[in-house]
Design a protein around this ligand. Structure first.
Ligand SMILES: [Zn+2]
Ligand SMILES: [Zn+2]
Length: 364
């Protein structure tokens, strides 16, 4: 397959300036970054293609080479060939994705990141909560001090990767690395493994931890505790806490607003009433004025959820639903029949207007 022109890939003209090229790459990198397109090989290809184009066009010397010789400049042995220079690209990616991306690469030498699924209730999410959790956290094995060898036995350097734990290989323009298979990415060869950790050098330890969940957190939010991942002398990994918020039997949530439906009776709707409404702060008395229609929404200001990462609180929106009796006694039936005869069109403005429209539809 022939390679596409770098200028075409970045969608810039051949005279584009450095800033323009940077901006074009930034937009493409945001769009195609693997973190944002998991399991999407097409996006990954586009991301690599754009990164390669940017690595060349952002460097004045390489760009000159490319303008003169085209892709031939960077083929193995070509005038501009230089293995493994990914500097400009990683700088911009660090700017774009911050520690998530760059940290992932840096942490190769240190401890891995861990994830923890934390389930909290609707009310805990709304008001904020301090949770005690037990994290199964790998830490260096105490028996062998983390080197994986039975105490008193030697640790050799892996002869396949020379202790680097990675094996480098050339991939197109860039040098890439994969973990060494011979030593499973440890860089070490251990003839007599430690009994306690079976040679892995690490041991799971259940560690209690306090987690502060701020008020207003949403279902699916991720809280990261720096340094609370796998313990490692080269730097601890991070702990990512996936927050799962369980449903509430009465409340629903829309951003910072709480939605709740309250059933009222037909007489309450007609005559008006004061009804108890549950809120996060407890019950409040809400006035339903006479003649309230089913489905009417009342707004209780400031009775919602604190705005996450912002200021103030949402409202509580109370929908009143007029409930119709499903069964009536003989006496109730008689009274309601009398009531029906008593009530004319003029007391039901909506029905009167509807009947008028209906007549217009068929009698025309
Ligand atoms: Zn051990
Ligand atoms: Zn190795």
């Amino acid at each position: 397959m022939s390679k596409r022109d770098y200028y075409v890939i970045l969608e810039v003209s051949r005279t584009a300036g450095g800033d323009e090229i940077k901006q074009a790459y930034r937009a493409l990198a945001m769009k195609y970054h693997p973190d944002r397109n998991p399991d999407n090989p097409a996006a990954e290809d586009s991301f690599k293609e754009a990164s390669e184009a940017y690595a060349v066009l952002s460097d004045p010397d390489r760009r000159k080479q490319y303008d003169r010789f085209g892709h031939a400049a960077f083929e193995t042995g070509g005038p501009g060939f230089e293995a493994g220079d990914f500097g400009a690209v990683s700088d911009i990616l660090e700017g774009l994705f911050g520690e998530v991306f760059s940290g992932g690469r840096r942490k190769r030498r240190g401890g891995r990141d861990l994830t923890f699924d934390l389930e909290i209730s609707f009310v805990e999410a709304a008001l904020g909560v301090d949770k005690k959790i037990d994290v199964n956290r790998p830490a260096p094995c105490a028996t062998c001090s983390g080197n994986g060898a039975k105490p008193g036995t030697p640790v050799h350097t892996c002869n396949v990767c020379q202790g680097r734990a990675q094996v480098k290989y050339q991939r197109g323009l860039f040098a890439a690395a994969r973990p060494c298979h011979a030593c499973r990415g440890t860089g070490k060869k251990i003839p007599t493994p430690c009994d306690t950790c079976k040679g892995t050098g690490s041991k799971l330890r259940s560690e209690p931890m306090n987690v502060k969940i701020p008020a207003g957190v949403q279902d699916g939010a991720v809280r990261t505790v720096r340094g609370a991942g796998e313990a490692n002398p080269g730097g601890n990994g991070d702990l990512h806490i996936n927050v799962k918020v369980t449903d509430h039997s009465l409340f629903q949530r829309e951003g910072a607003d709480i939605l709740v439906s309250i059933p009222i009776s037909f007489p309450q709707a007609v005559l008006g009433a004061s009804i108890d409404v549950p809120t996060l702060d407890g019950k409040v008395l809400m006035k339903v004025p006479p003649g309230t229609q089913s489905g009417k929404i009342f707004r209780l200001r400031g009775k919602g959820i604190p705005v996450y990462g912002g200021y103030g609180k949402g409202d509580q929106l109370v929908t009143v639903v007029v409930e119709v009796p499903q069964e009536v006694s003989r006496r109730q039936r008689k009274l309601i029949t009398e009531l029906a005869q008593e009530i004319g069109d003029d007391t039901h403005p909506q029905q009167a207007s509807f009947l008028k429209k209906l007549r217009g539809l068929f009698d025309a």
